[in-house]
Design a protein around this ligand. Structure first.
Ligand code: EZ4
Ligand code: CO
Length: 404
């Protein structure tokens, strides 16, 4: 079997997605997600100009060799663009291999370790009352785990939410440039424990509550927040500090028993090595589209398993239904499964990516279709052309650029 053609499909059914389709000379094809939110075209060029020509006529069964060829062979290793391109190719190749084997992908990985996959939903609101209402609405849908994000009094945007109507910088809106938000760590730290006090009053204790600090704190601030949140028994505190300096997590760990989740922006096992090896985190958030596909994810999760770190694939709206499907196959197999993020998709997105994976209340399942079970409707994709779009940027009250 040979790779005959690789198409890179860009479409925006509500948001931009980059999808790789690998077609073989025997007619079998596979698809993979290669989306990097806000930098989509860079991955398209990486694939079309540099990767695709190298793969035509290769044997699609040699997934590991192709992974190594694209990783080591580029000389310039790691990074989100390179790794999203590798991820798209890798996921499509696993789809092909599973189709050839006539099995759902999770069977190739070692089979199911569980019957269903616990997912967590997002709930957010500007006021504490609004968050409480949003959490109750998700509970009503059957979720047993919910991430709660609240507005901080005095600020317009609910931080960390890409789609929120945020700070008014209308010129940026007109030119379609990144929206700018305003942030104060001290106001946030004073407010957020009150949010979780209220949430425990409202939903009780039989519900996993999560919170995402979205990389905005320093280690000692995160340690303080973790301590202040201990009475509310969070499932986790996510991304408290940017992890370019992973040693900073030692400070957090030394001070609080609030579990820590990290890694949605990680691309490789090396990004995750220190925090896993030193047991500084409890959940590793790498996802198939950004961490090297099924091959990369499996390697990271196996490594994490020996350090009592559990899987928690990133699953926001910008991780396409294709990567979600691949994640769910890994989730069903992975022995050290923790949880799967699921923030849902627009109707148009579900239609454009017909998928075998299913949702039942707060639980997901990859389905039993052969391959990873997700497809792309290329005719529909043509109706949703690419639209330039950015994540917001964030500034302190004095104008200093901060982490979004
Ligand atoms: O901001 O996916 O946990 N989820 C998140 C996401 C990220 C976006 C970035 O593209 O933090 O909402
Ligand atoms: Co996050």
């Amino acid at each position: 079997m040979k790779i005959r053609e690789i198409r890179v499909i860009v479409a925006s059914p509500g948001r931009n997605f980059v999808t790789v389709k690998i077609v073989t000379d025997e007619g079998v094809y596979g698809i993979g997600d290669a989306t990097v939110n806000g930098r989509e075209k860079a991955v398209v060029s990486y694939l079309e100009d540099h990767v695709v020509p190298c793969l035509i006529d290769r044997d699609p069964m040699r997934i590991e060799d192709i992974w190594q060829y694209l990783y080591r062979g580029a000389y310039w290793r790691r990074g989100p663009i390179t790794m999203a391109a590798i991820s798209g190719i890798d996921t499509a190749l696993w789809d092909i291999k599973a189709k050839v084997a006539n099995m759902p992908l999770y069977q190739l990985l070692g089979g199911a370790s569980r019957t269903r996959i616990m997912a967590y939903a997002h709930a957010q609101g500007r006021t504490i009352e609004d968050v409480a209402e949003a959490v109750l609405a998700k509970k009503e849908l059957g979720y047993v785990a919910i991430r709660a994000q609240a507005g901080v009094p005095g600020f317009e945007s609910i931080y960390g939410i890409g789609s929120a109507r945020g700070a008014k910088n209308s010129s940026a809106r007109i030119k379609k440039l990144p929206r700018e938000e305003v942030w104060s760590t001290s106001k946030y730290l004073a407010h957020i424990p009150k949010v979780f006090e209220k949430l425990r009053d409202v939903v009780g204790w039989d519900m996993h509550l999560l919170h995402d600090a979205h990389h905005r704190l320093t280690p000692i601030e995160a340690a303080r927040l973790g301590k202040d949140l201990e009475p509310y028994r969070l499932f986790w505190l996510e991304d408290p500090v940017p992890a370019e300096l992973p040693e900073g997590y030692r400070t957090i760990r030394a001070h609080t028993t609030t579990p820590i989740a990290l890694g949605e922006v990680f691309n490789t096992i090396w990004d995750a090595r220190v925090v896993i090896e030193e047991q500084l985190i409890d959940y590793i958030r790498t996802t198939s589209v950004h961490a090297g596909g099924v091959t990369g994810l499996r390697r990271i999760f196996d490594f994490a398993s020996i350090y009592n770190v559990r899987s928690a694939c990133h699953g926001p709206t910008d991780v396409s239904p294709v990567a979600m499907g691949a994640n769910l196959h890994v989730d069903l197999w992975v022995p050290n499964f923790g949880i799967q993020e699921y923030s849902g998709y627009t109707e148009a997105t579900h239609e454009m990516f017909p998928h075998a994976w299913t949702q039942d209340g707060g639980f997901l399942h990859p389905g039993d279709a052969i391959g990873h079970g997700v497809d792309i409707d290329e005719n529909l994709a043509e109706k949703y052309p690419y639209k330039r779009s950015y994540l917001p940027v964030n500034r302190l009250e004095d104008g200093t650029l901060w982490h979004w």
